[in-house]
Design a binder for this molecule. Structure first.
Ligand SMILES: Cc1cc(C(=O)N2CCN(C)CC2)sc1-c1cc(O)c2nc[nH]c(=O)c2c1
Ligand SMILES: [Mg+2]
Length: 217
């Protein structure tokens, strides 16, 4: 075929979504994944919880680990206030390239910065190189073994403040071994589990975990 699934998705979005309209981009992406090819987007149910968190928290600075094609980056950024921004990190260059196109298609390139590097390297430089003081929202959606590494790094860098929200995808499928135990066992967080359908699969259950930071700043 020569093209990747992510490139086929982008082509479909360019042909069917309204330029500059984030809602249209998300609806069209969901349609592609339900009618053409499955893809690991945060999708409708997980997306609704993410929307709720962003609307309630009104975060100024958001960090997403695991951009993939940019579905959840668009989902987060479309609800951000004018001066708020999202930094999203994607280690896979092919995914990052597609994500940048999807962000542009949604007209959100001024709110979203896609960084094609390893998450740990960027987290260590958020304060010095990316002008971040505190993170109001962190979305963990990259690789299950990196959730615990990266949340510990974020704590070490003192990037969280009281009320900061850490939202983790896939805590059931593929699962986040060690992360759930760590975050639920920590006195610095108040965690809530949401049982949700796995993206685009009405017969599979996954879980997402919302953790509010209540620890020392
Ligand atoms: C790629 C993949 C395949 C899965 C699966 O069980 N499958 C059976 C059912 N069929 C339909 C799909 C395939 S689950 C999953 C996945 C899903 C996410 O949301 C992810 N988020 C971030 N980073 C990941 O690596 C990530 C992987
Ligand atoms: Mg996921």
């Amino acid at each position: 075929k020569g093209t990747t699934r992510e490139q086929r998705a982008l082509k479909y979005l360019k042909e069917h979504a309204r330029q500059g309209d984030p809602d249209s981009v998300l609806e069209t992406f969901d349609e592609f994944c339900r009618t053409q090819e499955w893809a690991m987007n945060a999708a409708e149910e997980k997306g609704d919880i993410l929307d709720e968190i962003v609307r309630e928290l009104q975060p100024t600075t958001c960090l997403e680990l695991g951009t993939y094609c940019g579905y959840s980056a668009v989902r987060i950024a479309r609800n951000l206030s004018p001066s708020a921004r999202l930094i999203t990190i994607e280690v896979n260059p092919d995914y990052a390239a597609v994500a940048r196109e999807v962000v542009k298609l949604a007209g959100l390139q001024d709110k979203i910065e896609v960084i094609n590097l390893d998450s740990a390297d960027v987290i260590r430089e958020l304060k010095t190189k990316y002008d971040v003081t505190k993170l109001d929202l962190v979305f963990l959606d990259h690789w299950k073994y990196l959730y615990i590494r990266d949340i510990k790094l974020i704590e070490e860098e003192k990037l969280l403040k009281k009320g900061s929200v850490v939202f983790a995808d896939n805590v059931i499928i593929p699962g986040a071994p060690g992360y759930l135990e760590y975050i639920r066992g920590s006195k610095n967080y108040k965690s809530t589990f949401y049982s949700v359908h796995f993206e685009y699969m009405d017969d599979m259950k996954d879980g997402v975990e919302k953790s509010v930071y209540i620890g020392d700043e």
